[in-house]
Design a protein around this ligand. Structure first.
Ligand SMILES: Nc1ncnc2c1ncn2[C@@H]1O[C@H](COP(=O)(O)OP(=O)(O)O)[C@@H](O)[C@H]1O
Ligand SMILES: [Mg+2]
Length: 360
């Protein structure tokens, strides 16, 4: 899968640009704060429906403008696709796929598959559980539409349940609470087991990279922690068991929205015990595993987005990364052109300067 053209209008610091990237490597280079990450962000937004830097649309609109427009065309095998995103301040964003309106985000996710490497990736390891849930949810959604829909249903149910738990006269609504819990058990069962299945698969690739990057000195594992258990019986039991606690605290305290997974290197949680180097290796391996699993699940290599990562990696990890790139198309941002001039892969150069992009 690869992108053949990108058009941006009033997006971040771009007024109007159109570029035609090629297969293989596209190097987006230029000084700081010129728009390199903004371009990568627009690709990611088209792929997942949201930015990797903000959950809101407003910051994406160019200063003093009323809205933005993104159009990305690409090829999947030999079939062309076109995605358009249009946003006007105060309105809902409109998405079109091949000229037809997309009413559910689930129809967009999975059309253009991407894997992004950015300096923020380290947060998957260092931060709290919500970063890890976000990572796994976006990844599974890219390859499994049903998962995305179930997740939306689940979050809606939790929202409704929380509203109920906040009622002063909650004791009048116990039956309704039980009905919610029944429904929650069903979607939670699906979500938990998909996550477990998926993490098991990703762990195999992950471990391969950990081993390679450490010359077989280390091995990696990923384990999922479900606050509800993973059989239907356990899930229902835990929901019943926690009912009074939830009523007391007026919030739903267990379920996939509270779960977490642990990344282990040599049996130790890399978040708690990993060195800086091990944490970087873990993140790099996780991201590389993400490429493999998307290829495996969908049949296509995703478009790879490498934002500012090369400068963050030491020489051996950088070499490992560039040698591991098997995807059809990669976007790399950098402040330097010179490191890429003699790259063995075919490279197209784009110079970014103050919201302008020139092919060089
Ligand atoms: N909504 C916006 N309108 C205008 N300029 C913006 C907007 N959002 C970000 N910018 C500008 O974009 C620039 C940062 O672009 P970015 O792509 O992150 O830089 P880099 O080239 O270093 O990756 C900054 O100058 C910032 O002020
Ligand atoms: Mg940047």
């Amino acid at each position: 899968m690869y992108i053949t053209s990108i058009k941006l209008k009033n997006y971040r610091n771009y007024e109007e640009i159109k570029i035609s990237p090629l297969k293989d490597i596209n190097l987006i280079y230029g000084k700081n704060a010129q728009g390199k990450t903004n371009l990568i962000e627009s690709i990611y937004l088209t792929s997942t429906g949201r930015s990797h830097r903000t959950s809101k649309e407003l910051p994406l609109v160019k200063e003093n403008k009323e809205g933005f427009y993104i159009k990305i065309k690409g090829m999947k095998e030999e079939i062309p696709f076109k995605i358009e995103i249009k946003y006007r301040k105060g309105e809902k964003k409109q998405i079109k796929l091949n000229n037809l309106p997309v009413t559910k985000l689930g129809e967009l996710i999975g059309v253009l598959n991407t894997v992004i490497f950015s300096p923020e990736d380290l947060q998957i390891i260092k931060q709290g559980p919500s970063e890890r849930r976000r990572f796994i949810d976006i990844l599974i959604s890219q390859t499994n539409n049903k998962y995305f829909y179930q997740l939306q249903i689940y979050h809606r149910l939790i929202k409704q349940k929380n509203a109920l738990l906040k009622k002063k006269n909650i004791n009048k609504y116990i039956e309704l609470l039980d009905i919610y819990n029944e429904k929650i058990a069903e979607t939670a069962f699906f979500i938990i087991n998909e996550r477990i299945k998926f993490l098991r698969k990703i762990a195999v690739y992950f471990n391969n990279y950990i081993k390679k990057l450490s010359n077989n000195q280390e091995f990696g594992e990923i384990t999922y922690f479900s606050s509800l258990g993973n059989t239907m019986n356990e899930i229902k039991k835990t929901l019943v068991k926690n009912k009074n606690k939830e009523i007391k605290s007026s919030i739903s305290i267990c379920g996939p929205h509270r779960d977490d997974f642990t990344i282990l290197i040599n049996n130790k949680d890399v978040k708690q015990y990993g060195s800086q180097g091990q944490q970087r290796t873990a993140v790099l391996s996780l991201k590389l595993a993400e490429i493999d699993i998307i290829k495996n699940e969908t049949g296509y290599y995703p478009v790879l987005l490498l934002d500012d990562v090369m400068s963050e990696l030491d020489i051996s990890r950088r070499k490992f990364l560039t040698e591991s790139i098997k995807t059809k198309q990669t976007f790399i941002t950098s402040t330097e052109k010179k490191n890429y001039v003699n790259f063995k892969e075919k490279t197209t150069f784009f110079y970014v300067h103050n919201g302008q992009i020139d092919k060089r």
